[in-house]
Structures are given as C-alpha cells and as structure tokens.
Design a protein around this ligand. Structure first.
Ligand SMILES: Cc1ncc(COP(=O)(O)O)c(C=O)c1O
Length: 415
C-alpha cells in the first residue's frame, strides 16, 4: 500500500541543517570574542543587506515591528497624525503606527494583488480629505492631519509603488514601505525605467527577519533600509537609547538593537537569499501550472511590473474552511494570512469601522488559503498538495453547470 507523504506548511529545519557548519561558526566567533552587541558582525550584515536592497543604508533593529515604528518616527510622523495603510496585513503594521503615536486609517485592497488599491487611495485622498488653512491635509473621518502612507508588500509582492509615490508627491505625504514579507521582491518602475527592489523606493522601509521569513534569523530580528542619511542617523539614535555617542542622549530612545549573533547568522544566510527566492518563484510557477484551469481555485496574480518572491503562495477558494479540513486530514499544512482584517479586530473597535467600509478585505479574508511554500519544497510534495486540492474540488458541484457565475472569476465586481 502506498503511504501518502505529509507536507509541512513550512520547513525551517532543512536550511539550517544544510548550513549547519557556517552557522555554528558564527556562534563560535561570538563566544570567542564576546562580540554580542554591535561590532563587525552587525556592520557586515548592514552593508550586505543595503547592497542587496540597492540602498545606501541598512540599520539592523531588534525586530520588524520596532523597525517599522522607528522608520515612521524618523520620517517625521508625529503623535496625532493619521497614517494610511491596509486592513489586510499582520497587526504589526498598525501596531507600529499606533506606537509611534499616530492613528491608522485604512484603504481597502485590490481584489487581485491583495495590496493597497491605488484607485481607492486616490479616491480617499480626493473625497475623504480636505486642506486646512495652513495647507495641511486633514482626514474628514477624525479631523487629524494625514502625513504618511505605509503600503505593505504582502506575501512577497510589491505594491504599485510608482502610483503610490505619485499620489504621495501630489498630496505631500511620506511613504514608508512595510517590506517585512518582501526581501528581494522586484518592481519595474516606469518612472525610473528600471527594476527596483523592495525597500528602495519609499523614504524608508522596514524588514522583519522573523524565522519564517524569506530571510529569517534564528530568533527575532529586523532592519530599516533608506537612501536618506538623515533618516538613517535618526534611526541609529532611536535604536540605541537616543544616544549619538555613549551616554550622550539626544532624545529618549529605545533598546532596539539587533544582537550580533543574529546579524552574523543573517549575513551567512543572505548569500543564499537570491537562490532561495528563485526556488520560491519556481515553486509558484509549478503550483500555477498544476492548478491551471481549476475553476474553484483562484491563483495568485502577478502584474507584469512585479517580480514577487512568494513569501506565501496564497490561493482563494469559496469553501476555504472545507479545503483546510480536507488537507489537514491528509497531513498537509496550510495557513490563513489573515483570517480577520484589522478594521474588524477587537483591538481596533475604537476606530469605529464597519465591515461594509472595506468590503474587499473582508471578502478576501474569508477565502484565502496559504499553501506549503519554502525553498526546499520538493516536486513530490507539490504534486501531493495539488492532488489533494483537486480531490477536494472535484466534489464541489460546478456552479457554471448550474448557470451561475463563480465569484472567483477575475471579472468579479468589487462593490
Ligand atoms: C507585514 C508585516 N509587518 C510587520 C511585521 C513585524 O515583524 P516582526 O515580527 O519581526 O516584529 C511582520 C512580521 O510578521 C509582517 O509580516
């Protein structure tokens, strides 16, 4: 009898086994030199990551949430400001905004890319904002000044940065990228006529190196990238108790430094990131091929200007919970990123959003399903995942046969 193989959602062991010697050497060096905080391992990683992203500066930070908070603060967002972002993201995006003293306001997502909808962003700026006497852009919703946008490059695909930057320029807003899921993702900028990397287009960007990310530490870690040396300096001060040199405190700051051991481990792994991202892209193409034509499944959409790095491979299907149950029974791991949009979370009840305010995010959250995706995923594992998805969907009566339009077609109305 054939024993079906189980497929984990994520395999974090294999890459560490493959790199065991190099990674162990990092620990050994740190122990032998007592180099635990700051120092050459941190500087080497910062230089390497800045070069990888195509920016002048990378500043290593304790985690992605702090990196985003420091980036928002260093870019001049002030307590009481409004920062625009999406409801379809991990809560760390809005935590960072709130912890910088600002208030998040949500723009709904695009039905196909799941990133911020530039049409809705433009409509919001035109119709939901007004200029006050001192030429500040004010949100009609809460009467506060709107000063920044945080687009999230969700699942490893960049938001439409040219359009966002054009609108930001027109309305005087700062753009800070949440690139926590997008290490190495590419965007073809029509404006610059070249491919750009995630983290190089906004005034600053935040990355997370949480273990499951495309570039993951062996613990907590993050970074800010920027081409603005003033922002870089401010972040270096903020992450280190507000000091410009030891015991000279410009401002009250934070303990937001990255451990040298984590920086060393990340530097070792950085050499493999481009290859791992290519493997993820290959796996995405293979899923697309194997699932092509399956009408109950909507595949991820990659616009021609995007080079996604598939931190997650996310499909949509109407009976998502049924599909999860089926895959669980046959030992295939899946995830939902994310089941409840932020505007409907208890934590943000005080913002007074209703589900009808951001309908796309609500609908998408009920249908998305993240399939196993990691560089070491084998062809056999992928074939197994697809075999079971098709076994499940073959039991769904065809809606077309009943003369109804399936809601998963790309022509779906978003209203
Ligand atoms: C979109 C997004 N923003 C921010 C973060 C925060 O990063 P960290 O967990 O390193 O604090 C994450 C990480 O999970 C994320 O996915």
């Amino acid at each position: 009898m054939r024993i079906p193989i189980s497929v984990p959602f994520l395999d974090l062991v294999t890459p560490h086994v493959e790199l065991e010697q190099e990674l162990t050497e990092v620990f050994r060096q740190a122990l032998l030199t007592a180099g635990f905080i700051g120092g050459p391992m941190v500087e080497k990683f910062e230089k390497g990551f800045a070069a990888f992203c195509g920016v002048t500066d990378a500043i290593a930070i304790s985690n992605g949430t702090d990196a985003l908070r420091f980036a928002i603060m260093a870019c001049g967002v002030r307590p009481g400001d409004v920062v625009l972002t999406v409801p379809h993201t991990f809560i760390a995006t809005t935590e960072a905004i709130s912890q910088a003293g600002a208030t998040p306001e949500f723009i709904d997502i695009d039905e196909h890319t799941y990133n911020i909808s530039v049409e809705l962003l433009e409509r919001f700026l035109k119709e939901q904002c007004t200029w006050d006497k001192s030429k500040k852009l004010i949100s009609r919703r809460n009467g506060r000044p709107v000063t920044a946008i945080v687009p999230v490059h969700l699942y490893g695909q960049m938001a439409d940065m040219d359009s966002i930057l054009r609108l930001a320029g027109h309305y005087g807003l700062t753009v800070i990228e949440d690139a926590c899921q997008a290490h190495g993702a590419g965007y073809f900028s029509q404006r610059l006529n070249r491919w750009m990397k995630a983290g190089s287009m906004g005034r600053a960007a935040a990355f997370s190196f949480y273990p499951g990310k495309n570039l993951g530490a062996c613990g907590e870690a993050g970074a800010v990238t920027t081409n603005d040396f003033e922002v870089a300096d401010k972040i270096r001060i903020l992450r280190d108790h507000g000091q410009s040199k030891k015991y000279y405190h410009e401002v009250e700051g934070y303990n937001g430094r990255l451990d040298a051991i984590q920086a060393g481990l990340l530097h070792t792994k950085l050499a493999h990131l481009a290859n791992w991202n290519n493997q993820r892209r290959d796996h995405a193409a293979e899923y697309n091929r194997l699932l092509a034509g399956e009408e109950a499944v909507r595949l991820p959409y990659e616009p021609s200007w995007s080079r996604a790095v598939y931190h997650l491979y996310v499909i949509r299907t109407e009976d998502r919970d049924g599909m999860i149950d089926h895959l669980k029974k046959v030992a295939i791991g899946t995830g939902i990123h994310y089941p409840i949009p932020l505007h409907l979370q208890k934590a943000y009840a005080s913002l007074n959003y209703r589900s009808a305010d951001l309908p796309v995010a609500g609908r998408v959250a009920g249908e998305i399903l993240s399939l196993p995706m990691f560089p070491q995923l084998t062809a056999g594992q992928q074939a197994r995942v697809v075999e079971e998805i098709l076994a499940f969907t073959s039991r769904i009566p065809s809606k077309r046969a009943e003369g109804r339009e399936t809601s998963l077609l790309p022509t779906e109305q978003t209203a």
